[in-house]
Design a protein around this ligand. Structure first.
Ligand code: LMR
Length: 393
C-alpha cells in the first residue's frame, strides 16, 4: 500500500528552517518562518504564560478529558478578546482547535459540509497553507487581487472589483490584521466597504486572525473583524494564540461561527462533531493557560504590557530599516516597510534576488520576498539594508 504514496512538495516556509540550520555561516540571518524573536534571537516564554503555567501546575489535579468543544471559559474568553467585552453570545458557536491552522482546517471542512459547491476566495497572495489545505480538501477556490506591486500597499480597487464577482454562499477569506505574507492591511473605511460588498453579494466572510496584537494594538487589530461581525448575518472566525501568547507549540486556537440565534445550536453541534471526527478533544494546556491569563486582571495586564513591548519593538525595527534604506538609497521607495504592520513585509523582490540574499549574504526569507521583521535586531538592520541594495532590489 505505502508504495502507492507520492512524494509531497515541501512546504516553502518550513523548508527554510532546515536550510537555515544547515548553513554553517555564523553571520546568517533568519527572516523566514513567522516566529517572534527578541533582540537576542530567542522566542521567549511570556511572563504571564510562565505564571499561568505555574498556577496550573499547582492547582491541576487531573488530566482527564475536557469538553469536546474545549472548555467553555476558553471559548468565551476568546470571544471577548476578539469581539469586545460583551459579545452577543446568542449568535456565537465556538470550538477550541489545535492552533490557528486547526481552526482554518475545521472552518474549511464546515464550509464543505454546509455548501460543498461553495468557492472560497483567497487574497493574491495569501498564506500558502490556505491554498494547500483547500486543494487537499478538493474545494473550489479563486483569488482576489490584494497587493499592489508598485506601491506595496493594498490594491483596493482590484480587491473590490474581483470580490464583486463572488456569489451568494461563496466564502471570502480575509486576514483580520497583519496580512501574511504582505504586511499591507485594510483601513477601517476599507473594511466598511468590504462589508457593504459582502452584504450586497451574500458572500460569507471567514476571517483568519492569527496576529491580533502584533499590528496596531490588541483592540485595534480586531477592528475590522468587529465591524464585519456587526454588519453581516453570518461570519466565521479562525483565531490563533500562537503568536500573541507565544505558545506556538501548544497548538491553541479557536473557530467561531456567528449566525442568527436560531442556527447557533446546529452550528455548535457541527463544530463539536468535526472535532470528534478529526482528533476528538482539542489540546487543553495552551487553552487553559490563555484562559488563566485572560480571566485574571493582573496576569492579563502583564501579558498586555509584554505584547505591547513586542509590538513596539517590531515597529521600531520597521522604522529603523525604512530609515536605513532611505539613507543608503537616497530615495523613499522603501517607505512601505514602516507603513506595513505585523511580522511580515513583502519586499517585492524577484526570486533571483531573494536567492542572492541567501547565497551571497546569508539572509533567509521566503521566496516571494516575505521577510519576518522580528528576525532582525538593531545590529542586523543595517546589514540587511546594505544587502537589499547590493542585490539590486
Ligand atoms: C508563517 O507564515 O511563517 C507562520 O504562520 C508559520 C507557518 O506555520 O507557516
Amino acid at each position: 500500500m505505502l508504495n502507492a504514496l507520492k512524494p509531497q512538495p515541501a512546504d516553502k516556509i518550513l523548508q527554510l528552517i532546515g536550510q537555515f540550520r544547515a548553513d554553517p555561516r555564523n553571520d546568517k540571518i533568519d527572516l523566514g518562518v513567522g516566529v517572534y524573536k527578541d533582540a537576542t534571537g530567542l522566542t521567549p516564554v511570556m511572563r504571564a504564560v510562565k505564571a499561568a503555567e505555574y498556577r496550573l501546575w499547582q492547582s491541576q489535579m487531573t488530566k482527564s478529558y475536557t469538553g469536546l468543544a474545549g472548555e467553555p471559559e476558553f471559548n468565551s474568553a476568546m470571544a471577548a478578546m476578539i469581539l469586545g467585552p460583551s459579545p452577543d453570545n446568542g449568535r456565537i458557536a465556538s470550538v477550541a482547535t489545535p492552533g490557528g491552522t486547526g481552526a482554518i482546517r475545521q472552518a474549511f471542512e464546515l464550509i464543505r459540509m454546509a455548501a460543498p459547491d461553495a468557492t472560497v476566495w483567497v487574497s493574491d497572495p495569501t498564506w500558502p497553507n490556505h491554498t494547500s489545505i483547500l486543494n487537499y480538501l478538493g474545494m473550489k477556490q479563486r483569488t482576489y487581487r490584494y497587493f499592489d506591486t508598485e506601491s506595496r500597499g493594498v490594491d483596493f480597487a482590484g480587491l473590490i472589483s474581483d470580490l464583486a464577482g463572488a456569489k451568494a454562499g461563496d466564502v471570502v477569506l480575509l486576514h483580520g490584521c497583519c496580512h501574511n505574507p504582505t504586511g499591507a492591511n485594510l483601513t477601517l473605511p476599507e473594511w466598511d466597504e468590504v462589508a457593504a460588498l459582502l452584504e450586497k453579494t451574500g458572500a460569507i466572510p471567514l476571517i483568519d486572525l492569527a496576529y491580533q496584537g502584533f499590528g496596531d494594538g490588541l483592540e485595534e487589530d480586531a477592528g475590522g473583524t468587529r465591524l464585519i461581525v456587526a454588519r453581516l448575518p453570518e461570519v466565521l472566525i479562525a483565531a490563533s494564540c500562537s503568536k500573541n501568547f507565544g505558545i506556538y507549540r501548544e497548538r491553541t486556537g479557536v473557530l467561531m461561527t456567528l449566525s442568527d440565534p436560531s442556527l447557533r445550536e446546529v452550528s455548535q453541534a457541527n463544530l463539536a462533531f468535526l472535532n470528534r471526527q478529526n482528533y476528538s478533544f482539542p489540546p487543553d494546556h495552551g487553552a487553559r493557560v490563555v484562559t488563566t491569563i485572560l480571566m485574571d486582571e493582573a496576569l492579563k495586564a502583564d501579558w498586555k504590557a509584554e505584547l505591547e513591548a513586542i509590538r513596539n519593538g517590531m515597529l521600531s525595527l520597521r522604522a529603523q530599516l525604512a530609515q536605513e534604506l532611505r539613507n543608503l538609497s537616497g530615495s523613499d521607495r522603501f517607505g512601505f516597510i514602516a507603513q506595513h504592520r505585523g511580522m511580515f513585509s513583502r519586499l517585492g523582490a524577484t526570486p533571483e534576488q531573494v536567492e542572492r540574499l541567501r547565497a551571497e549574504h546569508g539572509i533567509y526569507m521566503v521566496g516571494d520576498s516575505r521577510l519576518n521583521i522580528a528576525g532582525l535586531n538593531v545590529k542586523t538592520v543595517p546589514i540587511l539594508a546594505r544587502a537589499i541594495l547590493a542585490v539590486g532590489i
